[in-house]
Design a protein around this ligand. Structure first.
Ligand code: 13P
Ligand code: SF4
Length: 317
């Protein structure tokens, strides 16, 4: 306990000294979430970063999130405690692959999820997040082809919701969410018939959850497809006494804080993102002490990437 308190004091002291704001994604380790000034989903944190008065942002999350903060706040210093914290979903599409795909579909509008590199965002027309993907695609005239990347499960969700045949979907996935599968979800839902199901749209089980609801196996009003930020909001609103959560297990910490009276359980308790967990207490301390690892995005890439993020923001969250 003493060592933990000394660590927390030192982190706060160094953050003050550097004029730094500490941001933590909902999947971070509980001790990182607790020391952060703000915890939230990827886009909410980038917006907080842009509005903050602090000259330095320490982004406790994965690399594409820190890059998005840098794109929106080019004049600030953005640090990530371990630059090796990548993302298997962002890695499933390179800018070169996207350029080739665009060449095969001239005139198509490119919609990319925020889980992409700055280079991919620079080749994108409109960004989206898991909470606004349907609205973003619905804002595009019906006769225009859409290239949706990189997540196939989020893409399938959008295609179903919009009923759009001219939506082409890249075959990328997040290894953590793809591993949360349909049979596992069906079994857990059958064993907990009163529980709500909170499901991130990147899950391999997202499609089967809707199928279960369509069949009447699970009442449709119990199945909620939500981004991590919307899960926290929904936790405060639901009347359910128990909730099965299909996403990365770090999420349980914020959910339990938001609604301590609800019993939250992971659909798959092995769904842990190794990249998120690279941001250890020691890495955060090193980051603040040494001013590392600094995130850079070249000015022209940042300008083009920022335009795709701003088009999304103009459509609404
Ligand atoms: P959110 O944008 O919903 O926080 O999700 C980010 C992420 O990495 C999902 O795996
Ligand atoms: Fe990327 Fe998946 Fe980890 Fe989210 S959980 S950061 S999508 S690898």
């Amino acid at each position: 306990v003493d060592a933990d308190a000394a660590w927390a004091d030192e982190v706060r002291r160094l953050a003050r000294q550097r004029d730094a704001v500490l941001l933590a994604h909902n999947y971070q380790l509980p001790e990182i979430q607790e020391i952060a000034d703000h915890t939230g989903d990827s886009l909410a944190l980038s917006r907080i970063a842009a509005e903050s008065e602090a000259s330095t942002i320490v982004f406790c999350g994965v690399h594409f999130m820190a890059e998005t903060a840098k794109i929106l706040s080019p004049d600030k210093t953005v640090l990530i405690p371990d630059a090796r914290a990548g993302c298997s979903l962002a890695d499933s599409l390179t800018a070169e692959q996207l350029r080739e795909w665009k060449a095969q579909h001239p005139g198509a509008v490119v919609v990319s999820y925020v889980n992409t590199t700055a280079d991919v965002k620079a080749e994108t027309d409109i960004c989206c997040t898991s909470s606004n993907a349907v609205d973003v695609v619905a804002s595009i005239p019906a006769d225009q082809d859409v290239l949706f990347a990189p997540d196939q499960f989020l893409g399938a969700h959008v295609k179903r919701e919009t009923g759009r045949e001219n939506l082409h979907i890249w075959a990328g996935e997040c290894h953590v969410h793809a591993g949360i599968n349909g049979p596992e979800l069906a079994e857990r839902a059958a064993a907990n018939p009163d529980a709500d199901l909170f499901i991130h749209p990147e899950c391999g089980c997202a499609t089967s959850a809707l199928y279960l609801a369509g069949e009447g196996t699970v009442p449709a009003d119990k199945v909620k497809i939500l981004s991590t930020g919307d899960m926290v909001k929904q936790a405060r609103d639901t009347s359910a006494k128990s909730v099965l959560v299909a996403t990365e297990v770090g999420m349980l910490h914020q959910l339990r804080k938001a609604a301590p009276e609800i019993d939250f359980a992971a659909v798959n308790d092995r769904a842990s993102c190794r990249y998120m967990k690279m941001i250890t207490p020691a890495a955060l301390l090193r980051s603040l002490r040494d001013g590392v690892d600094e995130v850079h995005v070249d000015a022209e890439t940042a300008r083009r990437a920022r335009a795709s993020v701003e088009r999304m923001i103009a459509i609404g969250q």
